[in-house]
Ligand binder design. Sequence first.
Ligand code: GDP
Length: 356
Amino acid sequence: ALTIGIVGLPNVGKSTMFNALTKNNVLAANYPFATIEPNVGVVPLPDERLDRLAALFKSDKTVPATVSFVDIAGIVRGASEGEGLGNKFLANIREADAICQVIRVFEDDDVAHVDGKVSPESDMETINTELILADLQTLEKALPRLDKEVKGKKTDKSVLDAAKEAQGILEAGDTLFAKGFDVAPIRELGLLTGKPFLYVFNVDEDQLTDTELQASLQKLVEPAEAIFFNAKLEMDLTEMSDGDALEMLQGFGATESGLNQLAHKGFRTLGLQTYLTAGPKESRAWTIHRGWTAPQAAGVIHTDFQKGFIKAEVISYDDLIELGSVAEARAHGKARMEGKDYVMADGDVVEFRFNV
Ligand code: GDP
């Protein structure tokens, strides 16, 4: 599954947020393919379309799409000096498809700050510096190899050029993501700052309605998305009924919990979308990358679906709801047979045909 790695300095509220996330865990039983490890939180993506499909198909259950978060402990200032960032940290963060930085904004004299004061800007810089230095080390090792490969005509020169351009950006102190650098040619290098970033600002309860503060923090992290929440409040919300939680949220001028916002914005940041399957057994949303073709999408259900892919019968959700059944959709020419080059659209309701 695609994952978002959670990083941040110590004492910013990562564990609190992560505990809230895992409390909100969808039942692991729904995901036999996903081994749930202690540092992985699987969060459902709220989707009202599933309930309507379930009503139409008399499904036994609905299964929402999910976003997986991995708690990646271990960032401290200076980590990239000497020993460098820990191998385990690097391995974990390389595997993540996006990076979620948790930044402390809340003030609390009882909770020590590693640098002695709360400063979102300098904390972000500390984290980014470590990630940038790790990438520079990766490039230092890779460049001589790429140079040789280009001379031996084993690698295209555009790859070497991209690596050099990346090095220039990093040496200037910028992350590749912030500069909109296209990492595609050098994806094999697994550069950390080339991944999409997402920011969670852990604010005090009274800052939840401080739009001025939030606007200035949002500006700091552009083009990344930002979420403002209070980790302790999020923890409390997971223990309430939906009704009580909503009432509580409305008291803070919000309609959606921070965790749900995190799921939605995480999705956007990852460049993800869902497609839907529906039947008597279940109505379900599946997570794919935007731009994926039908066979790639089928592969999310099972690798055999991708290998043996023949066709996808696709009905758009709106058509299906309007016409009321697959048979009616077919009768009205709204059920399309799509081949292997079809690029999936958001809200496609799909049935795959495949050879075993
Ligand atoms: P981590 O080191 O980043 O994982 O941080 P923790 O989640 O362990 O939180 C560190 C301390 O800050 C704990 O004592 C938390 O209870 C406290 N804490 C976390 N979030 C908040 C918050 O939003 N407000 C306040 N006042 N304290 C918080």
